[in-house]
Design a protein around this ligand. Structure first.
Ligand code: NAP
Length: 261
């Protein structure tokens, strides 16, 4: 989607994937800080680890506690987070869902869950959080409690809460990729009673969770709009140009949802 955006705006640049082992992260950052580079995205497993290697973090990156975007500025890399704003924009603009006053059940406590919980609390939602490793959810809840109403759910409490939530977000990696295509993060038969089910996984396009939610008549959203909007904000910060969102959306759909593009 970034290469499609560069082409659409006539910007001579290219976006490429770098496979960076943890030990090589400092060297990779030094290369990315050179003036011929706009910056980069950072993904699993470096989103948190990279923070200690950066001199400058934006307030959003600090608040979320994870970096997904690096911006090269005068030979230094600034660490930023566009996952939170991308998630919120996708909810509002693509699903037509306003989080203010809503009860949101969030699954997960990794880097993506941090961005989702931060975004939802900032937008005025109440959040109920469940994670397989409860200690990680408890640590996240302690950290984010000052931002708004946030409660922890055990597995049993999650099932009960599903009857009253307005939004369910899967921010775990369950259901992602070819490795895990047919598993759901919810126990068999469990689904919210109403509202929107959002799975931020974008490959496959229809996870088991989304297929089951659709079959039950619930509104659904996959991770593609969030992916595009977090990328659009990164693109704008790198280039100073307004991101051509429809071009990026179409390119992402061609790559990830070829049947629907
Ligand atoms: P992460 O930091 O590695 O966290 C993974 C989370 O998934 C943890 O909460 C982990 O629970 C949970 N998990 C993993 N396997 C599980 C299992 N078998 N059963 C229950 N829980 C399990 O990863 P992340 O960066 O947060 O990414 C999570 C997902 O979000 C990925 O699929 C990623 O592709 C997606 N994502 C999408 C976008 C987008 O733009 N759409 C952006 C960012 C991320 P434990 O704590 O118990 O290990």
């Amino acid at each position: 989607m970034h290469n499609a955006a560069f082409a659409a705006l006539g910007i001579e640049a290219r976006y490429e994937a770098l496979d960076v082992p943890s030990a090589a992260l400092p060297d990779a950052l030094a290369r990315l800080a050179e003036p011929d580079c706009y910056g980069a995205n950072v993904t699993v497993p470096h989103k948190v680890a990279v923070m200690a290697l950066l001199e400058v973090l934006t307030p959003e990156a600090q608040a979320v506690g994870a970096v997904n975007t690096l911006i090269q500025h005068q030979g230094r890399l600034v660490g930023h987070n566009t996952d939170a704003s991308g998630f919120l924009r996708a909810l509002r603009e693509d699903a037509g869902f306003e989080p203010a006053g809503a009860l949101a059940c969030v699954l997960g406590a990794g880097g993506a869950a941090r961005a989702v919980v931060y975004a939802l609390l900032g937008a005025g939602a109440r959040v109920a959080l469940h994670n397989r490793t409860e200690a990680k959810a408890a640590a996240l809840a302690r950290e984010f409690a000052p931002l708004g109403p946030l409660e922890l759910l055990s597995a049993a409490e999650l099932e009960r809460r599903l009857s009253s939530c307005d939004l369910l977000v899967n921010a775990t990696s369950v259901g992602m990729g070819e490795r895990d295509p047919d598993v759901s993060p919810l126990p068999p038969g469990a689904l919210p009673a109403r509202g929107l089910v959002c799975d931020i996984v974008y490959r496959p396009a229809r996870t088991r969770l989304l297929r089951e939610a659709e079959a039950a008549g619930l509104a659904t959203q996959n991770g593609l709009p969030m992916l595009v909007y977090q990328g659009a904000e990164a693109f704008a910060r790198w280039t100073g140009a307004a991101a051509p969102v429809p071009v990026m959306m179409a390119a992402a759909r061609r790559a990830l949802e070829p049947g629907r593009a």
